[in-house]
Design a protein around this ligand. Sequence first.
Ligand code: NAD
Length: 708
Amino acid sequence: MEKTFNLTRREDGIALLVMDVPGETMNTLKAEFADEVTQVLEEVKADSSIRGLVLISGKADSFVAGADIGMLDACKTAEDARELSAQGHKVFAQLEGLNIPVVAAIHGACLGGGLELAMACHQRVCSDDKKTMLGLPEVQLGLLPGGGGTQRLPRLVGVTKALDMMLTGKQIRPTQALKMGLVDDMVPFSILEQTAIEMALKGNRPRRKPKLPVMSRILEGNGAGRNIIFDQAAKQVLKKTQGNYPAPDKIIDCVRQGLDKGMDKGLQVEAAHFADLVMTPESAAMRAVFFAITEMKKETGAGDTEPKPVKKAVVLGGGLMGGGIASVTTTKAKIPARVKDINENGLSNALSYAYKLLDKRVKRRHMRATERDQLMALMTTTTEYKGVKDADIVVEAVFEDLNLKHQMVKDIERECGEHTIFASNTSSLPITQIAEAAQRPENVIGLHYFSPVDKMPLVEVIAHAKTSPETIATTVAFAKKQGKTPIVVQDCAGFYVNRILALYMNEAAQVLLEGQSVENLDKALVKFGFPVGPMTLLDEVGIDVGAKISPILEKELGSRFVAPSAFDKLMADDRKGRKNGKGFYLYGDKAPKKGKKVDETVYSVLGINAGAAQEHNQISRRCVVQMLNEAARCLEEGIIASPRDGDIGALFGIGFPPFLGGPFRYMDTLGSRRLVEILEGYQHQFGDRFAPCDMLKKMAEQDEKFFP
Ligand code: NAD
């Protein structure tokens, strides 16, 4: 059987331990490796000719990218999970306990269990390559580093920095890792192995104390000072998590106990807390999301159909969306993009959008200026259809006007090749209608980005009845190259994301009109777990955008989409939100220096007296069940292909709380029977817009779930 850990002895007495998981592109740690590692370490111990050990990876892109998360789902009880962690502790302690120098030579991803392994070595050297990233991202899966990370990291880099890394899960680049003492040296990849060997030959030097700012040095050196750091961290965590995520508090507790009571006690606490977290529904949901994303990365979106290569793209319209789309095409996908706008402003906007993104990276020293300039050269502009002929895909982001979109379809069929895909970024026009102007409707598809394009991870790929599988697969692959997570949805007004969002927003507006204050409403949904409340979101997206989409949804989907009268009143007062500095909150000069303040005049515009004070969970429940019911209806109608896609769409397009795993997983947690009861209660109280959809009613009869 092929091994993962292969030992080779060199003449100078240094042994190389090369990690190379057979048949995988990345190294990940699995439980079954424990015996293999123990055996290798016994061999090293028994061989007195070995003077030092270097751990290095046989993979191109990863030292060790983490532990295999599949192991966790195999844990039936907390005791299983605790044993898993304790087993890791034992193996890492054996490595750390070797009485010869042990050096980790790190190149590529060194994350989670990988970094914990590296920290159990006596010294670390990393390559200065872009691929090299170090971090403990467990918190993003609702977990904590269970392989000694909560103990070794603070001892290596200090409490403040260790907490920051573990509570955010952020990844650290080589220069920063060197600066903070996470690694002892950083060298070009070409001399990484040699440097590690020399470090092992020289033997262990006393460990450098982490370089800390004066204040941290004073605080971290004693228990009382550390308590101040822990209390502050806990406060910040609560503000961010609203108490919805159990992992951060447990991470803080592991560090606290480990430093107060010693490493052994710290490791015991770590294993116990890790085990508890593995069993929480929050971590199960976040792990399910992780698996869903991994699965989606492999799919073409069109069964067995393979995508065609995209060597060149054209973007029509260089406005807010077009500028962003052209930017991610050139800077992320590294595909040449030609931007066509009728207006010079659109062209310069697209260029400056990309330049700003790239230049930020140059300023942070994440990119060289020459690389920025090379990427900028991929974007070219035109006010006419020059140089567009050989485009493989055209993404249209001109004004939202059906006639104009029809004109674009005709222009592109005339100017480009027979194979050229026409992808529309429309937010409300059915793709079927846009395709009516096409001679080759099989090439027409929707590609719906979210604003701001460079930040929002989701795109909806919308197939109409005649879209060909090649067009779907090629568009999905194109979006993935731009760094997006695409979900393929069927054509309907609002597609999936805006459709479920609209009902949630309408309900929030309804609650507002009943006399709830803007702050209370926003706070309720933030507490529920959304990144911002609905009124803040409306200000950001544009109240005018909401007002424009609402009647379209009502016409196409029925009376449950009737928007409350708030939109008309706000539009009559020219309140568009942040874009014109007039919305639910104050902007510009009137805004407070820190935080946000409600523009109280909005209440008189709406004709309400904001005195009601409903409980937060009552408010959030009303808004959220509207979203859930509509998501189920989208599945019932085949708009989305699966509950998994529905979850990913809501998580990445709206910011649905990750600890709930998405609307479908949350519906399973609530139970279909309970959800239908809630909806029927509200239907009785507030009207038919709450009537549960047929799918939910049927599921409720047997109390069925969406996921096995
Ligand atoms: P925008 O007004 O910022 O940009 C539109 C651009 O199209 C302008 O630069 C304009 O000069 C250009 N244009 C107009 N006619 C043209 C033509 N004949 N040929 C080439 N360029 C032309 O608008 P936007 O917010 O970027 O929206 C564009 C599209 O994206 C719309 O269909 C909108 O519904 C959709 N969309 C918008 C958002 C959003 O949040 N703004 C989100 C998703 C989708």
